[in-house]
Design a protein around this ligand. Sequence first.
Ligand code: SF4
Ligand code: SF4
Ligand code: SF4
Length: 268
Amino acid sequence: MEWDKDAEQAVGTVPFFVRTRVKKRVETEARQAGAARITMEHVTACKQRSLHHQENEVQGFTVESCFGQSGCPNRIDTGENLSKRLESLLRAHNLKEFMQGRVSDPLKLHHEFRVTLADCPNGCSRPQIVDIGLISAALPARSDSPCSECGACLDACREKGITLAEPEPGPQFDWRRCLACGQCARVCPTGAIAQGLSGYRILLGGKLGRHPQLGRELSGIFSAETTLAIIDACLAHFKAENRHGERFGEVLNRTGLDFLAAYAHRSA
Ligand code: SF4
Ligand code: SF4
Ligand code: SF4
């Protein structure tokens, strides 16, 4: 649906974690009213309705993704459609009903449990400042194919995480620098660098607000199955330890991460 420029700009100021939902809502309401184009009046009317009936908008959780699937060249394709599985998992935890039992006032959007997926370490969807942030990751691996010493991987690696070894030609990786972005394997013309272990990095307990904090990263790269198992454990912990509707990060500040000991320093 086409948008007037001022209407589009107004929605652009809405916080990113609810922007997609707000846009969809404005379009649905405008369509129901028979409009063929979104104007500023549609945005204002929708805003008024949302402000006064915010509890009806709350579904208890949000799952956001970056725009990687729209053709971003940086996207790491893990071969999984994790967003759908995340939504099913979060829905099964009935977080809206749970929070209603912990909060005395009507629920607001900031009570929602937020999960964000970024398809590369650039993190456009800001996985560092939500309850659970996921970052797609792909480690490079040396293959048996010869290295031509073309230097393409050195140029591609923004972390300066690769050197070409002497006297044997071939890439060496500095794992303290590597962010598992997958770019070196992508540009290597001979296949000397292949894609190794792929999956997700996991950040827990990030938030904004009065006392902002970045999510703490679990050590490792986890498969889709393990990632979902960890998130399931996190949601159970959140519900068991939440006293009065605080964010996941505040719960973790009190309890620590011992409940995830089975996953510590584990990969895949
Ligand atoms: S996080 Fe990475 S893959 Fe996603 S939109 Fe940003 S640059 Fe592209
Ligand atoms: S995966 Fe990315 S960060 Fe790691 S060595 Fe390759 S280009 Fe550098
Ligand atoms: S590892 Fe690949 S990209 Fe890097 S120098 Fe060798 S052939 Fe070129």
